[in-house]
Every structure is written in structure tokens, then in C-alpha cells.
Design a protein around this ligand. Structure first.
Ligand code: AKB
Length: 358
């Protein structure tokens, strides 16, 4: 998403505010993105949850129907956020809005605005909400393996599965922004307005996951650098040739969208006293681009895949780890992915993609 003209949805602006008791809601930003689609469906199925969505564009009807309300606007628009929070008592925020790693390198300052200033706006308003209703607001923040920055390929190969505190020198603006978002969340949870006399202890309950590349059968990513995995699969299913923009031996971690949504919901539901950290790695599988090619050719024998590495995008994935160590997530909140690479193809991607493209 990018900043632009924003405004309140017409159906929303008509609603009188004064004298009304605010209704409780869960706020999802970036609701129209890939994870927004899948998460909103899952949240709407959760008992007693009213979802209020926000995105820079109008939501597709299939997503909109699961929401109590939908705001069209930008997370940098503090006035819009204030109006939203005047109408709803928000006790949980899933802040998904972000400009991803490839797009961010074309417009780094815009990426900073959306990814950092937008996050700061939401944290500040969430802290104000917490003060107004006297309970901490849960703030769930998807971070990324882009927060890591490994200096060279040799180090990447030797490092293997990295732990949360290693190699935190990201090479992309998006990675820098995600790391900043993690630190801002930690600050708002534990230290916000440290010297103020009327300070509330822990206004924010901040929880974050560093996601690998995510593969959805239902939507295609855009603007990311892990996009080659899902793009290759969706192109093959549609009978389109695909030129992969990284080398065949490129390895980074991936997971399926159902596993990613499961991780978000599990972490959000975990008892706070079980959490030993604010930010967790989660791993699914860690194939090379060549592994994707092999599986795609086995499942779609007529697929045409070529490799035409783009030096810039290659340098980005080369700075990301081959795999991540997710033992903290497994131990603290029972993380365990449903899909490995083979079952991702056979149980999730193939049946749904076949139904989608025919
Ligand atoms: C990207 O490629 O930028 C994202 C990510 C790995 O966070 N998919």
C-alpha cells in the first residue's frame, strides 16, 4: 500500500458519534492484502469478534462481507485513525499494512512513511485506547525475515537456521522498517512515556512474528522479493511461462498462508506469561528456487520455467537467511506448521489452484 488520498467510507461518515457507546472491535490494517484476506476470514469465524478493516483501497466484496465496517484510507492519516478509534473500542490490532521489500527499494522514503510512521501512529493511538478503556491493547505485528541482513553467501550458508538475535543488519528499507517496528512495539509495551507522572504501565501487549516468504493458493503477492515462489506456481497452473528472477540455488524459508494465519492467531491467543520474547521466528520449509521448479514440473509437466536472475533482487534474497530457528515459538506458544514442501503442494496448493484456474 502507499499513501494517497484517503477518506472515511461514506457509509461510515454518516454515523453519529456523540452519545453513542463505542462497540468493541478488532482492527485489521492492510486488510485488502494477501494476509488480510486470509486473516479476516479466520477472525470473523472467531466467536464474538467484530472486525473493523482498513486499507488504502476498497475491499473486495468477499473480504468486506466479513467486516463490521471498512475504512478506506492510509495508516499515515492520523486524523482518520483518530476518527476510527472514536467510533470503536479497539482492544486488538493486527497491523498488516506495509510496503514490501522490492517496492520499498524503488521508493525508500515512502516505505519509511508507510512502514514506520504508520506503525508509530497506530501504536500511539492504541496506547491512547488502552488509557481510555483501562486495559492493554494487544498489537500483533507481522515482521519479516527481511529484518536479517547476512553480509555474504558464504556466511549465509555457514549460518544455516538463524536465531532471532543474529544478523540484525538489514539490507533493504523494508527490513530496516520492520526492525524499527519491532523496536517501537517493544518500547511502547515496556517503556512508553517513561518519565510521565500519569503514565500507564504496559499500555500495549506487543507480539510479533518474523515471517518467511508466504505462499497462498488464493492470491498472488506483489512488491516482495520472495514472490518468485508463488509466482512460479501460479504461472504454471495457468499455463504461462515463468522467468524466475533469482538463481536456481537460492534458498530462503517459506510457509503456506494457512500456516501463517495459524501462527498469527496462536501467538495472539497465547497467555502473556508464556511469552519469553516480543518477536518470534517461525519456519515452514526452506526450498531452493530449483526445488520449486522440480515440484512445479512434476505437477505441471508442460510448465515452462527459466532462470533470469536480476542482480538487485538476487542481492536482497542472498542477504536473507537460508532458514530460521523457531524453537522459541515452538516452546512458548506451541508453534508447529501443518505443511512441509510436499504437503504444501499436494494437500493445499494443488487442489485449490486447480479449482481456481480450472
Ligand atoms: C518480501 O518479499 O518483501 C516479503 C517478506 C519476505 O517479508 N514477502
Amino acid at each position: 500500500m502507499s499513501p494517497g488520498k484517503s477518506g472515511i467510507h461514506p457509509a461510515v461518515s454518516d454515523r453519529p458519534l456523540s452519545g453513542l457507546r463505542r462497540s468493541r472491535a478488532v482492527l485489521v490494517t492492510g486488510a485488502g492484502g494477501e494476509m488480510g484476506h486470509a486473516l479476516i476470514e479466520a477472525l470473523a469465524a472467531r466467536e464474538g469478534t467484530s472486525v473493523v478493516a482498513m486499507d488504502i483501497r476498497e475491499l473486495e466484496p468477499g473480504v468486506r462481507e466479513h467486516c463490521e465496517n471498512a475504512f478506506v484510507g492510509d495508516v499515515c492519516d492520523a486524523q482518520l485513525l483518530e476518527r476510527l478509534l472514536a467510533m470503536y473500542e479497539v482492544d486488538e490490532v493486527f497491523h498488516l499494512a506495509a510496503l514490501l521489500s522490492t517496492r520499498g527499494e524503488f521508493a525508500p522514503e515512502t516505505a519509511h512513511q508507510v512502514n514506520v510512521v504508520g506503525t508509530l501512529n497506530l501504536l500511539k493511538l492504541a496506547a491512547e485506547q488502552a488509557r481510555s478503556h483501562g486495559r492493554p491493547v494487544k498489537f500483533v505485528f507481522p515482521s519479516s525475515i527481511a529484518a536479517y541482513g547476512i553480509p555474504d553467501l558464504d556466511t549465509k550458508r555457514k549460518a544455516g537456521a538463524v536465531k532471532e538475535d543474529q544478523f540484525l543488519e538489514p539490507h533493504t528499507m523494508y527490513g530496516v522498517n520492520k526492525l524499527a517496528g519491532e523496536h517501537l512495539g517493544r518500547y511502547y509495551e515496556g517503556h512508553y512515556r517513561k518519565l510521565a507522572k500519569d503514565r500507564m504501565e504496559r499500555p500495549i501487549d506487543f507480539r510479533s512474528i518474523r515471517f518467511p516468504g508466504i505462499i497462498s493458493a488464493d492470491t498472488l503477492p506483489s512488491g516482495g522479493t520472495s514472490d518468485y515462489g508463488p509466482e512460479m506456481i501460479h504461472a504454471a497452473a495457468q499455463g504461462k511461462p515463468y522467468a524466475c528472477f533469482v538463481r536456481r540455488d537460492t534458498r530462503i524459508p517459506f510457509m503456506t498462508m494457512p500456516d501463517a494465519v495459524d501462527a498469527v492467531l496462536r501467538l495472539a491467543a497465547a497467555p502473556k506469561e508464556r511469552l519469553t520474547r516480543c518477536v518470534y521466528n517461525v519456519a515452514g520449509f526452506a526450498p531452493t528456487a530449483g526445488d520449486f521448479e522440480r515440484l512445479v514440473l512434476e505437477r505441471f509437466p508442460k510448465a515452462k520455467v527459466s532462470f533470469q536472475p536480476d542482480a538487485g533482487r538476487q542481492s536482497i534474497v542472498d542477504s536473507w537467511p537460508e532458514d530460521v530457528n523457531d524453537s522459541a515459538a515452538r516452546g512458548d506458544w506451541g508453534w508447529s506448521p501443518r505443511h512441509d514442501l510436499e504437503t504444501a503442494f499436494d494437500q493445499y496448493l494443488m487442489p485449490r489452484i486447480a479449482a481456481r484456474y480450472g
